[in-house]
Design a binder for this molecule. Sequence first.
Ligand code: HEC
Length: 158
Amino acid sequence: MKFVNSLFAVSAAVVALGFMYSTTSDAWAGYAAVAAPDDAAPVEDSMHEFMEYVFQPTYLRLKASMATAPADNKGWKAVKSDALILAESCNLLFARKPDQHGEDWTKHAAAAKTYGGKLYNAAKEKNFEGAATAYISMINNCNACHKQFENGKHILQP
Ligand code: HEC
């Protein structure tokens, strides 16, 4: 009985706290602003910084991890992680398409994402042959966008 009573007291306190929070407009407004699910505005507007700090370090790590077949779980985990970061980051390229040739931009981003996803799935199965094929196709599609939109700068070696 004592236990039930204290449980009741705790839940009452939680409800009261929640009510206090919802009525202190500042705290609540601050929380809501951060948690708004439709607020997908980029943190970094510059495409250059986005590629330099999200894509480049991930690509460099992945290139080293994919140089030879990973020997253990730790090695495969590194491939899975970087493959997923790149594939999901390609999703963030759709919102950055330029006014001119936007369909081509979208096509390159979608292709790089598809092969990034295949690399991720092959790494889950510890299938190095499949991973290597997907990795090279992903890089080819990263490069296809760089060729078209960067006049052939940033051509990456798999
Ligand atoms: C839809 C187009 C597009 C795709 C797809 C794309 N990139 Fe890029 N990338 C760019 C553009 C544009 C730049 C040049 C940004 C700038 O300097 O203004 C760039 C630059 C880079 C750079 C050079 C960064 C620097 O600091 O010099 C690297 C590295 C890079 N991308 C990696 C990748 C990788 C890895 C992928 C594939 C997983 C990829 N990119 C896919 C458009 C793309």
